[in-house]
Design a protein around this ligand. Sequence first.
Ligand SMILES: [Zn+2]
Length: 164
Amino acid sequence: MVRGFTRRFDPERPRDAAAEQQDAHLPPPTVPIPRAPSGSALVLPGGRPHSLYHCRHDCDVLIADSHLTELCAQDPRIHVAKIDTLRSCEDRVACPLCLPTETDYTKIKRCSVTTPTGPREALLTLWRRAPDSTWHAVVMYTLNSRLTAHPHPATSLNPLPTRR
Ligand SMILES: [Zn+2]
C-alpha cells in the first residue's frame, strides 16, 4: 500500500513520532499532472465503478488516485477532456473535493477507514484493482482539520456503524 510520506519538520530538532504520524502529505506523483484549460477537466481513466474528473491539477484526490494507478500497475496518464463531454458520460463523476457542487453524491459512498490515529469517517470515491487481485480505494477524510485523500486497501475500509 502507499504510505503517507513522512518528513522531518525541522532537521535541527529531534524527530516527533506523533507529529510524523499525523503528517499525511503524499509525495508528488511520478507522472506530471497537466493543467486543465478553461472548459476542460482532468480524468484518470480506469477507476471502478467510475473515474473522477477534476478541475484542479493539484487536487488531493487526483494525486492520491495517481499514486493508486501506479500501485495497481495501471496507466497513470491523465487525460484532458471537454467538461461537457465528461458530464454526459455515465462512468465519469465530478470530484467531490475540487468540484463539490457538481459531484453526484449517490455515487460517492460513505465508509469508515482505519488510519494510524484510529477509525475515521470517509468518502469512498473510486476503486482500482491491483495485479494481485486486491482492491484499493481512494478515500477522502478530514485530517488536522483539512480534507485530504489517500489510497487505502479494501481491508482497511468498513461500513459505517449504524447510528441509533
Ligand atoms: Zn479533484
